[in-house]
Design a protein around this ligand. Structure first.
Ligand SMILES: Nc1ncnc2c1ncn2[C@@H]1O[C@H](COP(=O)(O)OP(=O)(O)OP(=O)(O)O)[C@@H](O)[C@H]1O
Ligand SMILES: [Mg+2]
Length: 311
């Protein structure tokens, strides 16, 4: 198999909030690699640290420990101005709530063009307008919309404006933070299709954040599961659904609706209780139990996971 290029590498990432003396550890010792061109899913319950990881990658949150590398160069901590510019233009984020993430007072053309005032300072007004028109067309909106305000649009259209705002920067890596969860069920598929079409056309790489696994299966090449700031499992999508190992992953999977009503009726909803694990005397480690399948567990658990993974 051809060696795949790692575009983003997160190594032992810690992000703390609060005071230095009494920090709240929102992200704990998280490590993963994302390959160029893939969709990497990050799934976990509300408050587990997903957005915080995305924001640390975009340098919105400072890291408290560990490093983040983009195309082999460190982008966390103190970096050069050039490197900072590179991150600003090549890494973009699409936000969860299109109703609150757009500046209500600005017209669409300013909202979409905003990033270019930083990266393309010296282009003419007409050139900037062309970029905006093209970005709007690329997401399936009419260039005429440029002179309107965000409140004139539906949720789905607003999310397209958010995507256009990212695309105008010609990004290579996009953090899509629950881009469809605030949208009407009927238009979710449209936005997903748009993201997938753009990915193919521009060989984009996505870090796709969600809190349930149902959508993830179909769009992600690999899925990482996070609970309380820690990754508990990471595997190719099919593998994760075939052989979920960690009890938290199993619990998440048990709430994914099945197409078969029979199994749906007899389904047991699993509950994951971290208190059940004896981690005092036998602390958990992050281990690759079979190639590409990582799980967090203590030595006793890993023994079971290794056996389950090869079954
Ligand atoms: N700026 C901040 N200051 C203090 N605490 C924060 C800050 N941002 C996030 N947190 C806390 O860090 C934890 C992780 O939050 P985060 O927003 O990353 O979760 P999430 O997985 O994205 O959740 P959701 O699915 O609800 O979006 C939460 O306990 C949250 O309250
Ligand atoms: Mg979030």
């Amino acid at each position: 198999m051809k060696e795949r290029e790692v575009i983003l590498s997160v190594r032992n990432l810690d992000v703390n909030f609060g005071s230095r003396r009494r920090p709240f550890r929102a992200v704990k010792d998280v490590s993963f690699d994302i390959y160029r061109g893939e969709t990497f899913g990050l799934v976990g319950e509300s408050g587990s640290g997903k957005t915080t990881i995305g924001r640390a990658i975009l340098r919105i949150h400072p890291v408290s420990g560990g490093e983040i590398y983009y195309k082999g160069e460190r982008i966390s901590g103190k970096i050069s101005r050039e490197m900072d510019q590179k991150v600003v233009s090549e890494i973009q984020m699409i936000f969860q709530d299109p109703m609150s993430s757009l500046n209500e007072r600005a017209k669409v053309d300013y909202i979409v063009a905003e990033g270019t005032y930083n990266t393309k300072k010296h282009i003419s007004k007409a050139e900037r307008q062309n970029l905006v028109d093209q970005a709007l067309l690329d997401v399936g909106l009419l260039p005429e919309f440029a002179s309107r305000f965000p409140h004139e649009f539906s949720g789905g259209q607003r999310q397209r404006i958010g995507v256009a705002r990212s695309l105008i920067m010609e990004p290579e890596f996009i953090v899509a933070d629950e881009p469809i969860s605030a949208l009407d069920v009927s238009i979710r598929a449209q936005v997903l299709n748009l993201l997938s079409k753009l990915q193919k056309e521009r060989s984009l790489t996505y870090l796709f954040v969600a809190h349930d696994l149902s959508v993830m299966r179909f769009i992600s090449d690999r899925i990482a599961v996070i609970s309380r700031g820690q990754l508990v499992e990471l595997a190719p999508s099919e593998e994760l659904f075939r052989a979920p190992l960690h009890p938290y992953t199993k619990a998440l999977l048990s709430v994914v609706p099945q197409p078969d009503p029979e199994s749906e009726r007899d389904k047991k909803i699993l509950i994951y209780d971290p208190q059940m694990h004896d981690y005092e005397s036998d602390p958990p480690v992050w281990e690759e139990v079979i190639p590409g399948h990582f799980v967090l567990g203590n030595q006793k658990e890993l023994e079971v996971y290794r056996e389950e993974a090869t079954r």
